[in-house]
Structure formats: C-alpha cells, structure tokens
Design a protein around this ligand. Sequence first.
Ligand code: C2E
Ligand code: CA
Ligand code: CA
Length: 607
Amino acid sequence: MNEVKQEVSKKYNEIIHKQVESKFDLVFPYAALTCFITAIIVMQFEIPKIFAFVNFIMGSILMFLFVLRRRLNVRVKISVTIFLAISIGFASFLDGGFTSSFATLFALGNIVAVLFMSKKYCYRLGILSIVLYFILWLYNEIYLVNTIFYTTPDRFFIQIIVYILYLIMLNVSVSSIKKSLNDSISKLEVTLAHVNKVAYYDTLTELPNLKHFLMKLKALNPKHGAIIIIHLKSLRVINSIYGEDTGDRLLQFFAIELKKFAKEKSLVARHSGNEFIIYCSEVNELKIRSSIDELIYEVSNSVKRFLFDLNLNYFIGFSYVDENEDIDLCYSHAKIALTYVKKYNTGTIYAFDQELLDNIVKEEVVKNTIDQAIINNEIELYYQEKVDSTINKVIGVEALSRWTHEELGKISPDYFIPIVEKMGFSIRYGVYIIEKAFKDYKKLVEIYGKDVTVSLNISPSHLISHKFIDEITSLKNIYNIPNNVIMIEITEGVMIEDFDTVKTRIDMLHDYGFKVSLDDFGTGYSSINYLATLDIDELKLDKEFVCNISTNLKTYIITESLVEIAKKYRISMIAEGVETESQVQTLQKIGCIYMQGYYYSKPKKLQ
Ligand code: C2E
Ligand code: CA
Ligand code: CA
C-alpha cells in the first residue's frame, strides 16, 4: 500500500513542479520585455547610457533563459534570475539609479525566493538584503553627501521600513498559500489511504483482497508452502434460508478465525464471494489437511455459538508452491484443483497434480477444435460387424466415430462425445454422422449384401430435439435409403430425461422406416420396465455381462433371464464386446445368437 501511496505522491509532486516551472518560465519574457523597454526609455533621457546597455544585456540573458527553458533545471533558472535581479540592483546603484531601483530589484529577488525556495533560504536572503541596505546607507552617508544621488536619512529610514514590511507581508501571504497547498495534499493523502483500503481490502470481512494477497505473496517470494482456496459450500444455502445478513455474518466469523489462523505462519485473504485464500508455509499434506480441519472446526464452533447449529460444508483446492514456478501459476493451479473438486465432487479437498492439468488441457484442446473437426470432415466412421454366430454371417454393422487429432492423436469417442454433448453440439454432430453413414450405405451393401442393417448411435439430446425426425427422414430421402435398414441405437439414460417424448420419437421412427435398438441393456435399473411400453427392435446386451458370463455364475443367471425376457417380448438380442470362443459358446447356450465384438471383427474403415 505504501508503495502505491508513494507513487501517487511522487506523481502529484511532479505535476505541481511542472506547473510551477511552466509558470516560472513566463517570468522571463515579461522581465526581458521590461528590460528592453527600460533600455529604450533610458536612451530618450539624459541618463548614463550604461543603464540602457545593462538593461539590454539583462533582457537578452532573460530571453536566452526563456529559449533554453526546457533544457535548464528549475533551480538554475531561479538562481540566475535572483542573481540578475541583485546585479541589476547593484549596477543601477553604482551608476546612479541608487536606492529606489536597488530596492525594487531586491524585492524582485525576494519574491522569486519566497515563491520557489525553501523558508531557510528566504530568511537568509531577507537578512542579507537588509544588511546590504545598511551598507548602501553607509556608502550613501560617506561618499554621496552633497551629490545628486544623496538620499536623506529620513527618506532612507522610510524606505527601509517599507521594505521590511513588504518582506513580512510577502512571507505571510506566500506561507498561507503554501499552507493551503499542504492541507490539500494532506486531504489527498487521506483520500488516497481510503482509496487504497477500498482497492486492497474487502469491506465486509476487512481481509485483504486477492490482488493484495498476490502482491504480498510475490513480495514474500516463498520457496515452499501451499496456496489453499476454501469454497464455502454452505453459504448459498444459508443466504437463501436465513437471509444475506446472516450469510455476511458467517463470512465475518470465518474471516476472524482465518485471521487467528494467519497469525502464525500464513497470509489470508478473501478470494471471492464465498471463497477465501490462504498461503501457508507448511509442505506436509497431512499437516495442511489437519490445519484446515482445525480452522473449519473453530469457525463451525463460533458459528454454532453465535448464529445457528449447522455443519459447514466446503470444498478446498490447493497447490504446492514450487520455487521454479511463479506465484500466478501456482495460484491458477490451486484454482484448477478447486474447480476439479467442485465439478467431480471428489471429497472435499484436492491437491493439484500434473495429470489433472493434462486432462484439463486436453479437454480444452478438444473443446476448441471439435467444431472445426466437424467442418473439416476430420471425424471418420468405422464399422463393426454384427454377426449371426450360428452361420457366421454378418447381419449388420455399427457405425462408430473415430477422430485422429493432429495434436493429441487418436481420441476415443467415449472421451469426445460427452464433450460434444456438453458443448451443445450433439444435434450438429448427429446430423454429420447420419449423413456420413447414409453416404456409406451403398458401399456397405456392396460389401455385406442388401440385407445389412446399419446401426447409428444417437445422443439423447439429439433424439428428443424437435427437428430430429425431419432431419433424419429428409436425409433418408436424399440418399435413397430403403426402409428398415437403419437401426437407431439409444441408451436408457434418455428415457429418464423425457420418457413421453422418447416414446413418441420411437413410434415416429418406426413410421418412417427405421429400427430402434436399446444399447447397453442391463446396466440401468429399470431397463426391463421400458420393454413393456416401448416398441424396441433390438436389445444390446452390455459388454459388462459378456465379459463375465463364462466365469461368473451370477452373471450367467442374470444374462439367461434377460435373454428369456427378450424372447418373451419378441425382441432380438445381440451381445456386444464378445472377445473369446468360450463367451460365444456360453451365449449360444443361453440362446443369444447375435454377437458383436473383437472375436469377430474390430471396428474398421471402409476400403
Ligand atoms: P457403444 O455404443 O457401446 O459402442 C461399443 C464400444 O465397444 C465401441 O467403442 C467399440 O469399439 C467397443 N467394442 C467393440 N467390440 C469390443 C470388444 O470385443 N471388446 C471391447 N473391450 N470393446 C469392444 P468405441 O468405438 O470407443 O465407442 C465408445 C462409445 O462411444 C460407444 O459405445 C458409444 O456410446 C459412443 N459413440 C461412438 N461413436 C458414436 C457416435 O457416432 N455417436 C454417438 N452419439 N456416440 C458414439
Ligand atoms: Ca452402440
Ligand atoms: Ca454398448
């Protein structure tokens, strides 16, 4: 804070100095003009011509100073001016101008000194001028008696009294101007302190704010320790139940405990609305956790004592300070850890690690490039065969997305499809995939025959969108796709979202000549219930069942009953993820003859 204050004061002084300097510079042309006019007047009268000469020289010097004003230091300018004023006084005296001109020019010297020099300097100059006056008087009395330059003692006395009064008046008035200037500066400083407080402190908790915290931490330049951000989860609930005043008081209690906590070894600040930030020099994770537990315990106790009996919920993200990384980076790592713990609800406290950052960076890269990848046709479709295991004949294929990212390499659809959905691109993406598969249909028929069915995975949000049916039917017409060769794979999750809409969509899909498959069957809790109400053509037994079917009796029994149910509803059942001969045999034994999996073929590109 002090640095800022000093910086502002420095700037303020610079401005004043500049103003004074610019005003002072104006003295030169006026003074020079006066000198030149005086020189001309002197030439008109019977006064020694040396006067005109001296005035002319003086005027020239003053003009010279004016021309060089930007290059000369203000002190030099002032000193030269004072010197000139005194010299001209002496010159005028020696050449007959005597006391009056001397007094005038001396006065000018004093004005300049009072305005621009220190008090001490002014007093000295004042005393010096009075002493010189007396010397002048002595000279007058000794050498000038009976000459035309002689000044009578009474006139001299009046002159000196007037001169002293003039000096006093000059000092008093200028001092009052300086005093008012000082008062303004003090007021400015008070305002400045207030501005500083607002800029660097949080008004509710009186804790430093984030800006201040980071500034202090950078100045501290720690080589180890941790930056911890505490997010008070309970605050929103408290605000809505008890009102914002109570929420504010909770924050104040928290701040008080935090200040106590900070006394020993840390810096603390308010991070944002319901977040606080701490730097603590501790490096041991267990100790950090226990200190935080203690802190929360203390806050909870004081909240219980003064407000209400409520357990405080919080999230904490922290990052270790690394001497090779700057504070801003460590701080952003702590923020990332907090975002992570908030997003994935992984307990209450999470320490930043590199893997987390890599994941976040990867997600960001995917987010930023997926849009362009769709436009550039970078995402391809691979097809995996679905086989009738009794005759080893391909009955259909499933279209699966494949994306080879130029920076990240191969990215699994399991990874990027949820991102597509999160970004609200699922409709655009779905249309892209449908069109791609429809374009490939002709080739698929050439390879597998005209009875081949093509399965497409459709995101729930795309399925329930208003335009879905129009889009898929118009593409079906454009690409001349026959009826009942396209199978739309949906997952159970979509029913939970909006069962009625899903039912309508399934019915409409049938009306327009599409088939519907329920993917990942058996993983949800209520899959079987849906079978009674929904018109499903195919059930895809999830990989999880298939991989354990030959080794786990329970899985075997459940799968057997799922196959029974499918038969009862006259729905065809296909097992996915079939990898081994024994899985094939077991599945056949329980009556599931359609299969898909690496045992038969991996998803592959159309040649
Ligand atoms: P899914 O629909 O359950 O697809 C089956 C996944 O299992 C595919 O993974 C496939 O490559 C894999 N798989 C096939 N046979 C085997 C096997 O024998 N063993 C094992 N371990 N895995 C096998 P993939 O292609 O990585 O797709 C993952 C998921 O991504 C898909 O699961 C699907 O939910 C989604 N997905 C893929 N492509 C698309 C798409 O174009 N649109 C949408 N909306 N989702 C897609
Ligand atoms: Ca699927
Ligand atoms: Ca599946």
